[in-house]
Design a protein around this ligand. Structure first.
Ligand SMILES: [Zn+2]
Length: 246
């Protein structure tokens, strides 16, 4: 098999969609901060009703965008790998709904945490308007949208491939297993060490398969169940995992 076909198109569409959502909330945060962002360093000012509503809406909209991406990527991957699917396949919808909710919750929590420390940093720095705008863009900008799009495409691809492998094992098929393959994107030391290993090894370090980290574009290659795989160096694997904080 190969990397998810059409992957870059799926990522680009999701990045564009998420970027629009994120941009809208960046403007909303700038508006809530008002003309004097430092006045909002008082914690209560960041937890009042308008802010509370904004965070709830951000979580809902990010979950919608990520959910669309996950369904599209899961369906594309399932089709590529020969898994029998139906329109709006319930397996895709159930997977995407649960995962998108988790991603959106984490996205909002990270945004709150980063915004909080950024505002704290403004207290003594007296930032210019341009600096405030640049800081907000680094928290909620296209770079972050793209990171989510790439990472979650990998999540959906792995989920569909593992559903395919499970079907091969339980159905009339001859059985199969999945081997970790390095993607074209940047690699962490763990991805490099996991390259070529089968499920008995990679599951120890990444129970759901790739991604092993943000922007990981590794993928799982389905091979016959009796295909031989090289014996991994477990010490090297543990060191690699430790190097990325696992
Ligand atoms: Zn990777």
């Amino acid at each position: 098999m190969s990397q998810l076909i059409g992957r870059s198109d799926i990522e680009a569409a999701a990045t564009a969609r998420l970027s629009r959502t994120i941009e809208r909330y960046r403007q909303e945060i700038a508006r809530l901060l008002g003309a004097d962002p430092l006045a909002k360093t008082i914690p209560e000012a960041r937890t009042d009703a308008a802010w509370g509503r904004m965070w709830v809406e951000m979580e809902r909209d990010v979950a919608d965008d990520v959910g669309v991406l996950l369904v599209l990527a899961w369906m594309a991957s399932a089709e590529q790998h020969g898994l029998e699917i139906i329109p709006h396949d319930p397996r895709a919808v159930v997977f995407a709904t649960g995962r998108a909710a988790d991603v959106a919750r984490q996205f909002v929590a990270n945004t709150q945490q980063r915004l909080g420390s950024t505002i704290d940093g403004w207290i003594n720095a007296e930032p210019s308007k341009a600096q405030v705008a640049a800081d907000l863009e680094s928290i909620l900008g296209p770079v972050r949208a793209e990171a989510v799009a790439v990472t979650e495409t990998t999540v959906a691809n792995s989920a569909a491939i593992l559903a395919t492998v499970a079907m091969m094992t339980t159905g009339t098929g001859t059985g199969g297993k999945s081997i970790w393959q390095l993607g074209e994107a940047e690699h962490c030391p763990l991805c490099v060490a996991l390259h070529g290993t089968d499920e008995t090894i990679w599951r120890i370090f990444a129970p759901n398969g790739p991604p092993a980290h943000v922007r990981c574009a590794c993928w799982l290659n389905i091979v016959p169940v009796d295909a031989t795989t090289p014996r991994p160096n477990m010490d090297a694997l543990r060191q690699a995992a430790a190097s990325i904080g696992l």
